[in-house]
Design a protein around this ligand. Structure first.
Ligand code: KIV
Length: 272
């Protein structure tokens, strides 16, 4: 039996909260384009993050810093058009929200209006409190992001595990509580010790989604190109590869090249 678009129950921030309340884990992946978003939405993903990791995996930049608000809106609108069920969260890129809370709200409004996103995500704790609060006043749901925050890579100097020291762990917990009090509907914790992530997830009533943060959080997120084995260079310990699309694509393209050169494609059934 086919399911009509109108019969599909869309994921909302309220449903994500209910999932946490009943102990159901939340599955989140990144996507940046229409075709992939359509596949993962159909496969039952709960949240699609149009991450600023698009700067790395789509544009080939070394960091997330160069991607612009216009480019995030382009990726976001491509994803939104494909999605029937998942909640679509779009990252506010570096430089679009740190200047002032007014600028942050203006950027978030552009993402909601021009991409058709359902929520925005931004990095940081007390430093971005005013921006989070102002965005929320416009009725735009906000997801926080603490731990390894790649937009601050030049401050950290490395992509290694964050908050291993007591002082940083304490600040992270305080920031998590602050973001919840401001009204964030969920929080991403990236690359921090599993024990700290567990402590944060049990201290907060909002859903906490981990990447490299262990199993005792309310959901998991991965970058799609990494978990599908498209990107072979990135091999952190937390990454599980669910497919080897690099080999699958290489083999398929190699076979196509062979067939074209051997004049075996197209055959008599593949023409008009
Ligand atoms: O941009 C991104 O892909 C992210 C995830 C790693 C959480 O922020």
């Amino acid at each position: 039996m086919s399911v009509h678009k109108s019969e599909i129950k869309k994921i909302t921030t309220h449903q994500l909260q209910e999932m946490k309340n009943r102990g159901e884990k939340i599955a989140m992946l990144t996507a940046y384009d229409y075709s992939m978003a359509k596949i993962i939405d159909g496969a039952g993903i709960d949240i699609i993050l149009v991450g600023d990791s698009a700067s790395n995996v789509m544009a080939g930049n070394e960091t997330t810093l160069p991607i612009t608000l216009d480019q995030m809106i382009y990726h976001g609108s491509s994803v939104v058009k494909a999605v029937n069920r998942a909640l679509v969260v779009v990252d506010l890129p570096f430089g679009s929200y740190q200047g002032s809370s007014v600028e942050a709200l203006r950027s978030a409004i552009r993402i909601m209006k021009e991409a058709g996103a359902h929520a925005v995500k931004l990095e940081g704790g007390s430093e971005v409190k005013d921006s989070v609060e102002r965005i929320l006043t416009a009725g735009i749901p906000v997801m926080g992001h603490l731990g390894l925050t790649p937009q601050s890579i030049y401050k950290f100097g490395t992509y290694s595990v964050r908050a291993k020291e007591e002082a940083e762990a304490k600040k992270l917990l305080e920031d998590a509580i602050l973001l919840q009090e401001c009204g964030c509907f969920a929080l991403v914790l990236e690359k921090i010790p599993a024990t700290l992530a567990k402590q944060v997830a049990s201290a907060l009533h909002i859903p906490v989604i981990g990447i490299g943060a262990g199993p005792d959080v309310d959901g998991q997120v991965l970058v799609m190109q990494d978990m599908l084995g498209i990107n072979q260079d990135f091999k952190p310990r937390f990454l599980r590869r669910y497919a080897d699309l690099h080999s699958a694509i290489t083999n398929a393209v190699g076979q196509y090249v062979t067939d074209v050169k051997a004049k075996e494609f197209p055959n008599k059934d593949e023409m008009y």
